[in-house]
Every structure is written in structure tokens, then in C-alpha cells.
Design a protein around this ligand. Structure first.
Ligand code: FMN
Length: 177
């Protein structure tokens, strides 16, 4: 039922069904991330700094690089910090012609559908950007068209806890005109 920029939908979904397969994908992604890690290292970032916006630099320096390090460290203890040992994962991505919002809208609807089935779900934002450039081997193995736009992954599982109510959250800013 998800709406799309221009019908018919250009959104594609990779379904990874089963704990072992999700782990295999997570391992393949971590290998890819490790091969790309040097790009986010201090010396490489300092070289690229004049061509980057401050915010881009800070995200790569303060978030991406440390995140990959944590994924690697946890993997040594056999813990999957990337996809949390989920039993099902779906990667929503779309053709270069699609509105970039399309896969995110479809993925959000998938989360709502999961909720109606009493499943837990979590968006994983690290896969799309890491597959934006490179990742040829991963894309080939999992049938992701290399020309497609990066999308978003959702992991699903049976929830360990039942929440009585959701947290009410506010947007960063409301500006009335
Ligand atoms: C676009 C997007 C990307 C996200 N990426 C990740 C991720 O890579 N890893 C992760 O653990 N959670 C990720 N999340 C989940 C958020 O951290 C989570 O929704 C937020 O902490 C609120 O969680 P709560 O409602 O359970 O408190 C992502 C959420 C969104 C919307």
C-alpha cells in the first residue's frame, strides 16, 4: 500500500530469511566496511576535509569510523552488532529513476505491517551508505543492481519485551509561517 513518487513502483527488496543467512550478510557487509575503513580514517579525512562540508566530516569522523571499530570488536566476541542476530532482514532500495524517498516509505510501511503481526523491527541505516560506493562483491552475491540508489534495511524478530506504551517524541523544530 506504500505510495511512490511515480507509479509503478521502482522499489526492490532483498529478503534475507533466516538467522544464518542474516549473519552471512552481516559478515559480508563487515568485510566490505573493513575494506573501506581507511577512507574514514583521520589521515584520509584530513586530506579530503577541504572538499567536504563540516557536517559530512563530523559524521564520518565521529560516527562512521568508531561504529565500524565497534562492529569489528564485537564480532571478535561473536556478537553481531550490525544486525543484532535478527532472524529476518529486508533491504529496500530503488532504481536510479525512483524518488530517493520511495524505499524509505516502503520500508516504513513494512515496519507497520510487522507491528500488526506482533513482530519487532528496527531500521538499519548503515547498510545503504556503505553500499553507495563500491561493494561490488556484496551487490553481485545478493543481486543488488549496482546502479540502484542506496536504501534502508529493516531487521525483524520476535520481541523479547512488551512495551506498555510508546515514548512520545517531539520534532527538532516547528516553524509556523
Ligand atoms: C533512518 C534510520 C536508521 C537507523 N539506523 C540504525 C542502525 O543502523 N542501528 C541501530 O541500532 N538502530 C538504527 N535505527 C534505530 C533508531 O536508533 C531507533 O529507531 C531509535 O533509537 C528509537 O528507538 P526506540 O523507539 O526503540 O526508542 C535507525 C532508525 C532510523 C529511522
Amino acid at each position: 500500500m506504500a505510495p511512490m513518487g511515480i507509479p509503478p513502483s521502482d522499489v526492490e527488496v532483498l529478503v534475507i530469511n533466516g538467522k544464518e543467512k542474516v549473519r552471512e550478510f552481516s559478515d559480508d557487509m563487515l568485510e566490505h566496511m573493513k575494506s573501506q575503513k581507511w577512507i574514514f580514517s583521520k589521515p584520509a579525512l584530513l586530506l579530503m576535509r577541504p572538499f567536504m562540508k563540516r557536517e559530512e566530516y563530523e559524521v564520518l569522523d565521529k560516527f562512521m569510523y568508531p561504529a565500524i571499530e565497534i562492529f569489528e570488536e564485537m564480532r571478535k566476541e561473536d556478537t553481531d552488532y550490525l544486525l543484532y542476530g535478527a532472524s529476518l532482514a529486508m533491504y529496500f532500495h530503488a532504481s536510479p529513476y525512483a524518488d530517493p524517498a520511495d524505499p524509505f516509505i516502503t520500508a516504513t510501511y513494512a515496519m507497520l505491517a510487522a507491528e500488526t503481526l506482533d513482530l519487532g523491527s528496527c531500521m538499519i541505516g548503515t547498510i545503504g551508505p556503505m553500499l553507495k560506493n563500491g561493494g561490488k562483491k556484496v551487490k553481485e552475491k545478493y543481486g543488488i543492481n549496482p546502479r540502484n540508489q542506496p536504501g534502508i534495511m529493516i531487521i525483524f524478530g520476535y520481541p523479547a519485551v512488551k512495551y506498555r506504551r510508546a515514548i512520545r517524541r517531539n520534532l527538532a523544530k516547528i516553524h509556523y509561517f
